[in-house]
Design a protein. Structure first.
Length: 686
């Protein structure tokens, strides 16, 4: 049960919020705070109050699980107004983090002291809302309009060291925070409260920041609306500014973007809780990487950045030189981007070897060699021979059958797929591909490694493409069909960007290289996979040497414009590859087809157990494929549209091309029962 403790010491009331894990400001905490400050007002023995958080941080903000439900009194703005109105001084003593409503509580206190390294921030826009408990009015009064605007529109926390310079906090605590706070409070005895609301209204204008924010966060409502609330502080008296903030906050609370972003927040945390998996991970300290191409070097970089010991094996000295150069480049870029200090960078390097025996003591070996089954099987047979008992043997394949790779060893229970996304030291997603034989503690080790690397791991079953690439190939096939039917690739890219993806599918092709898609089509043909209508225009571009960015031309022409210009030559090649008359498809129709294909295949992936829950699909598309976070992922988005709407679309498309557009049974059943994908998340995580 959440508790707000009250104790007095030497004329100082110490009020401590204890609501693990993050001291969220749910109804019980708000009521407890109001009661504690009433008690302080009436307590003749207490001249000053110190407000603290128990556990690892001060206050983590409003209780996000209450959003979307009926509001419960007392409201956070009222509780904060009560604290600020206290006739006796109140000091916030902050450690760990003060976020969102947590920082707003601190701003309602009269003074603030923080432990070094504490993070202070107003991250509400990342949840689709704005600081709704006075943050947009008090922050600019304390630190100025521009600094407050930047902090609120970005949602990024700042460190206490920076906060003390800007005036957001008054002091850094040396040593023990409680002792430092009590000493500060003793100085404040008899002082008149210093209320943020009484500071002069800030002056200035945020039009430039608003324009820059709108350009940086296209499609999102919260960041610019938050700036509108901050601007209100310049023209309205404090109480009217608070009322305006409240109005805008309530408006955002009701938007689908808020629902999508909060779904994404909880999804990021829920994916690690794999239903039925409770094994402890194996210890990982020493990582072996086999293969030093872009992928292997990226994996090695990610492990080095996480402080792991790395040994990288390549076939020969040239291979090692290439790997070394790539890793050096990755680390140098990390320094340039401020992600790594030059000092730390100097100590980071893998051990290099040309013999697999060098992996004898590795706790995990991650293979990232050429994507061919015979090559992989040979590597795994060798790993089986050289690696110590208990080592995890992982493959980074993006589509090959991991079951088949596993049986190249005499220890298939130790084999798992770890599908990194390129660049592996940057991309957040890791698919942990579990075979028929993978031991639970090996799966758990994949998740533990991901956490260590700062990545989001998602459990996936074995199939061609696992979760992400399998769904990608379905929506990409829908896009290709639209091109064959009459849509221009540029119109498709534009519609998909408008939906919120950073790039359309043909821009992605240009980035990846058209040879990749061509090779996949050839492979599937050789494997006898059902072909359907082939993207003949993509073959024609490939044969014309238009392989994408790397050759200067693909779907777009990069020779004059680095961002890529539309090219009439491509329109001609596409038109020539059509077998029937071109028909018009508008942006709405394009988006409907693209999304229906994505959701339909995702439903199959869930029904087959390739993804354990719909939320696992959402996490994969959000972190690996650029799905707009404020739409929550394809399954959340589909629920928000109504599954009956998606089903009706698929049935309409099926009337034209039944081979391709068969409704997934899970989608059809849920739509007919009036159910939602979210119901399956709840059932499996209960
Ligand atoms: C706000 O304040 C609005 C106001 O302006 C206006 C109000 C009127 N509520 O992340 P972790 C759960 S908006 C409920 O793994 P960490 C989380 O789901 C809020 N639950 O820990 C997880 O649950 P589980 C502004 C929350 O140490 C568990 O706590 N605040 C909340 O890696 C542990 O979380 C924010 O946006 C919450 N506010 O990181 C801060 N926060 O164990 C959001 C967490 O069942 N929170 N949970 O999976 C964070 O950024 C991180 O949780 C934090 C700790 C940095 C605090």
């Amino acid at each position: 049960m959440p508790e707000v403790h009250y104790e007095t010491q030497d004329g100082i009331a110490v009020i401590t919020v204890e609501n693990p894990p993050v001291n969220a400001l749910g109804q019980a905490v708000r009521a407890g705070l109001a009661e504690a400050f009433d008690r302080f007002a009436a307590d003749g023995a207490a001249q000053v109050a110190v407000l603290m958080g128990a556990g690892r941080l001060f206050l983590g903000g409003a209780d996000i699980t209450e959003f979307g439900k009926a509001p419960l009194a007392p409201s956070l703005p009222d509780v904060i107004a009560g604290i600020e109105a206290s006739p006796k001084p109140v000091l916030a003593a902050i450690h760990g983090a003060a976020l969102g409503g947590g920082l707003e509580v601190a701003l309602g206190c009269h003074w603030r002291i923080a432990a070094p390294g504490t993070r202070l921030g107003l991250p509400e826009v990342s949840l689709g809302i704005l600081p709704g408990a006075g943050g947009t009015q008090r922050t600019p009064r304390l630190i100025g309009l521009e600094a407050a605007g930047r902090m609120i529109a970005s949602g990024k926390p700042i460190r206490a060291e920076e906060a003390v310079e800007s005036g957001l906090i008054d002091r850094l605590a040396g040593g023990d925070l409680r002792a430092a706070a009590l000493a500060f409070a003793a100085e404040l005895k008899g002082e008149a409260p210093r209320r943020t609301r009484d500071l002069p209204a800030p002056q200035g204008d945020l039009s430039d920041l608003r324009a820059a924010t709108a350009a940086k966060t296209p499609g999102q409502i919260a960041p610019v609306t938050a700036l509108d609330a901050v601007m209100a502080s310049t023209r309205l008296p404090f109480d009217d500014g608070i009322a305006e903030e409240r109005r805008l906050f309530r408006h955002l609370l009701d938007t689908p973007q808020r629902a999508g972003l909060i779904h994404a927040f909880f999804t990021d945390r829920a994916v690690a809780k794999v239903p039925g998996l409770d094994a402890a991970p194996r210890a990982i300290d020493h990582v072996g990487v086999v293969g030093g191409g872009t992928m292997g070097a990226g994996i090695a970089t990610a492990c080095l950045l996480a402080g792991l010991r790395v040994t990288l094996v390549e076939r020969n000295a040239e291979g090692l030189d290439r790997a070394r150069a790539t890793i050096d480049g990755n680390l140098d870029t990390a320094v340039q981007r401020g992600k790594l200090t030059a000092d730390k960078r100097a100590g980071l390097a893998p051990a290099f070897a040309t013999e697999m025996d060098a992996l004898a003591e590795a706790d995990i070996a991650i293979e990232a060699v050429f994507e061919a089954m015979d090559v992989k099987r040979e590597v795994f047979a060798t790993l089986d021979r050289v690696c110590k008992p208990g080592a995890v043997l992982a493959t980074n394949t993006s589509y090959l059958d991991v079951n088949e790779i596993a049986v190249a060893t005499d220890r298939p229970a130790d084999v798992v797929g770890l599908h990194f996304f390129s660049p592996a030291h940057v991309m957040k997603l890791l698919e942990v591909v579990v075979t028929d034989a993978t031991a639970p503690d090996v799966t758990a080790t994949g998740f533990a490694l991901a956490k260590r690397l700062g990545k989001i791991a998602v459990r996936a079953g074995v199939c061609d493409g696992f979760i992400g690439n399998r769904i990608l190939s379905a929506y990409r096939a829908a896009a290709d069909r639209m091109v064959l039917d009459g849509a221009s690739p540029y119109a498709i890219d534009a519609a998909i960007r408008d939906f919120g993806f950073p790039m359309g599918p043909y821009q992605v092709s240009d980035l990846a290289g058209l040879d990749i898609g061509f090779m996949t089509r050839e492979r599937l043909k050789a494997e006898g996979a059902p072909q359907g209508r082939r993207a003949t225009f993509a073959d024609a571009l490939y044969h014309a040497g238009r392989l994408g960015r790397k050759t200067g031309k693909g779907y777009y022409n990069y020779t004059a414009d680095k961002r890529g210009a539309e090219d009439p030559e491509v329109e001609r090649i596409v038109a020539e590859s059509r077998t029937g008359p071109a028909r018009a498809l508008d942006a709405d129709e394009i988006t409907r087809r693209y999304m229906a294909a994505m959701v339909n295949e995702a439903a199959r992936v869930v029904a087959e157990g390739i993804a354990a829950r719909p939320l696992d699909v959402d996490a994969v598309l959000l972190h690996g494929y650029g799905f707009p976070r404020w739409k929550g992922g394809p399954m959340h988005w589909a629920d928000a549209q109504g599954l009956d709407t998606i089903l009706a679309d698929i049935e309409r498309f099926a009337a034209e091309e039944p081979d391709f557009w068969q409704p997934a049974p899970l989608l059809r059943d849920l739509a007919r029962e009036g159910g939602a994908f979210a119901d399956l998340n709840r059932k499996d995580t209960a």
